[in-house]
Design a protein around this ligand. Structure first.
Ligand code: PMV
Length: 355
């Protein structure tokens, strides 16, 4: 029996879309009906850390999520594992006498342990960080070399659509692509983390309950029943993506905020236009929107942008720490910690704004 184990650990943050992905044209390959754009958070907050290990003594592929064993039997895990394994290369560690030939990846078993650095049930997208991290760490372990830029993002996409955007930092676009095999449905980095460093992202956890309609179910119902979604994907998003790219390139916070809020609101309008209608936001979410809209209008120019994914939690973008501090003051005033409409917690990108 050979007694060795080879391990790789990686960390990947989640990302928050400002132009939303909603709707697939191919459910199996996870190909979207429109482009989307997101910001990847910094890895100290809302990220997944994954260790992947290979050893000849392992007898099956196994995975633990936050310390609890989970099944790898699902199609999404299987697709990612198969795609990565088929691209594995020779890995030789002479010092420790480890020799893995590329064909060995098909028979060697893996153990995978993944942790989220935020409460699992916080209702915050964890699959994006999780699948991005899984694909990246496996690719490192098996010395996978991309044959084309973005090949790994196309594999992460098979785990969870939005995961493809978490393989890069900064601002990332997921191009829907044209090919039927999905090879050009990849993520590309539009700007690095350094490009808009002053921007502060603030997450208000409104409810930590699990969402009632999963994004997969919601999307397919919207594609089947919402006329607004057809209009959105064909007429609205293509123009909006160009406007958003320009706003980001120019660090034009006013335009950025207008487009971000409009896109979140249209996404939730699509959910209402779906049959049966889907309600992801709750009363508190609506009150946050009101609070930000009133503030923005009273100042004449947008101070803050809000966006909501498939759940009631608010993600807010502020142009700098000063405004982020003011936003937090407002939120604490309108949603005091002892009120029944309080947030269960605040997760703040940079806690020093509290000082
Ligand atoms: O990748 P999924 O299947 O979890 O879908 C994510 C969809 C939204 O979060 C609502 C929007 C987005 O672009 O991230």
């Amino acid at each position: 029996l050979q007694r060795w184990i080879l391990m790789v650990t990686a960390r990947a943050p989640t990302n928050i879309a400002v132009i939303k992905y909603w709707g697939k044209r191919d459910e199996k390959l996870i190909l979207p009906i429109n482009d989307s754009i997101s910001f990847t958070l910094d890895p100290d907050h809302l990220s997944a850390t994954t260790t992947v290990a290979v050893s000849p003594s392992f007898t099956s592929d196994r995975m633990w999520l936050n310390g609890k064993e989970v099944s790898l039997g699902g199609e999404r895990y299987q697709n990612c594992l198969r795609e990565i394994r088929s691209r594995g290369n020779d890995v030789v560690d002479e010092k420790n006498g480890i020799v893995i030939r590329k064909e060995d990846w098909q028979r060697l078993h893996l153990h995978i342990a993944s942790y989220n650095n935020f409460p699992t049930a916080a209702g915050l997208a964890s699959s994006a960080a999780g699948f991005a991290c899984l694909v990246y760490s496996l690719a490192k372990l098996m010395d996978v070399k991309e044959k084309y830029q973005g090949e790994l993002t196309a594999i992460a996409r098979r785990g969870s659509g939005s995961a493809c955007r978490s393989l890069y930092g900064g601002v990332v676009k997921w191009q829907m692509g044209k090919e039927t095999d999905g090879s050009d449905s990849i993520a590309v980095q539009l700007a690095t983390e350094k490009h808009w460093e002053e921007l502060v992202i603030l997450v208000a956890v409104v409810s930590s309950r699990q969402k009632e309609t999963s994004s997969t179910t919601g999307m397919s119902q919207s594609v089947e029943t919402s006329e607004l979604l057809r209009h959105r994907s064909q007429e609205v998003v293509p123009k909006r993506v160009l406007q958003m790219e320009e706003a980001i390139a120019n660090r034009d916070f006013g335009s950025f905020a207008k487009i971000t809020c409009a896109d979140s609101n249209q996404f939730h309008a699509v959910c209402l236009d779906t049959s049966p209608p889907i309600f992801y936001m709750n009363d508190t979410s609506h009150r946050i929107i009101n609070c930000v809209e009133r503030w923005n209008r009273s100042e004449g120019t947008p101070q803050v942008a809000y966006t909501f994914d498939a759940g009631p939690n608010a993600v807010m973008y502020a142009p700098n720490r000063k405004v982020a501090g003011l936003l937090l003051q407002r939120l604490l005033f309108y949603f005091p910690p002892d009120s029944s409409k309080t947030f269960s917690s605040y997760v703040i990108g940079d806690t020093s704004i509290l000082e």
